[in-house]
Design a protein around this ligand. Structure first.
Ligand SMILES: [Mg+2]
Length: 287
């Protein structure tokens, strides 16, 4: 591996996808604790970013705590928060009909958006158990009457124990088909979500790294925002899937646990180079 593809001493901010990078289902991935300890020791700023709109930052914090990782609420950013931020900017004080879980509903309330199941300005869809033929039919008729259609994210499927479940993109498709209207999506790979992430970290894109396990969301989002990208093989992608895309990650690693190791190797190389330079200068004849 080329140790110098990304100079970790120069990077100030890390935006990390969660599923497949930090955990897999209810299992913390190997090397994650070391990675987070390294982020703290090196004073790096970091954000865990997820396209799932189901959980609030507090619930995500509690989930990681149950898995044995203590990280403050301020380190989480979800597609629900990105959606609420988008609506707050585009249409302050608007009303929505939302199909989703606490993560989405809380984010919308916190952004000053009200719920309306008669004539909302927007129909907003996340994922979750409130989705039914009844709520779907309601949403379709609201869109036909003029409500704009917003999806929290473009994920087509999510993992469950015995296979997959339909995610936001698949759940919103029936509304698009029935109404002939296209939804707008706020989560990854929408660069809006990445730019907000960078702003939360107070970090320029050149000084930040996006870490993820998917080419079609994480790597493309990081690339289009001007960040270096790290693809980890601890999630859903294989080397074959990586090679099918026109863009490529800056670095491919087995998992985030490799990052502290590479940084340590880079530090050793720099110390060695500095020692050689010092010896050369000492040996050089004085002018
Ligand atoms: Mg992932």
């Amino acid at each position: 591996m080329d140790l110098n593809t990304i100079d970790f001493s120069k990077k100030q901010g890390f935006i990390c996808d969660m599923d497949g990078v930090i955990y897999h289902g209810n299992m913390l991935l190997p090397g994650v604790k070391e990675f987070v300890a390294w982020l703290r020791k090196e004073n790096k700023r970091f954000l865990f970013l997820t396209n799932s709109s189901e959980r609030t930052p507090r619930e995500l914090q509690q989930k990681l705590a149950r898995l044995g990782l203590e990280v403050g609420e301020c380190h989480f950013y979800t597609s629900a928060l990105a959606t609420a931020e988008f609506l707050k900017k585009q249409a302050p004080g608007c009303s929505v009909y939302a199909i989703g879980e606490a993560g989405l509903l809380n984010a919308l309330y916190d952004a000053g958006i009200t719920m309306n199941d008669v004539n909302p300005d927007f129909v907003v869809l996340g994922e979750g158990k409130s989705y039914s033929l009844d709520t779907l039919t309601k949403a379709i008729n609201m869109v036909i009457r003029g409500a704009k259609l917003i999806g929290a994210n473009k994920d087509t499927t999510g993992p469950i124990e015995n296979g997959i479940c339909p995610a936001c993109r698949a759940l919103i498709a029936p509304i698009e088909i029935a109404t002939g209207k296209k939804a707008y999506f706020c989560g990854k790979p929408n660069p809006l979500m990445m730019r907000t992430g960078l702003r939360l970290l107070d970090c320029h894109s050149e000084d930040a790294v996006m870490v993820g396990d998917r080419m079609d969301t994480d790597v493309v989002a990081g690339t289009e925002t001007g960040m270096d990208t790290i693809m980890v093989m601890s999630g859903v992608s294989t080397m074959e899937t990586v090679l099918t895309y026109a863009y490529r990650p800056t670095l491919i690693l087995d998992g985030v646990g490799d990052i502290p190791k590479i940084d340590a190797a880079q530090k050793r190389e720099r110390a060695k180079a500095a020692a050689v330079k010092e010896a050369e200068e000492a040996a050089a004849p004085k002018a």
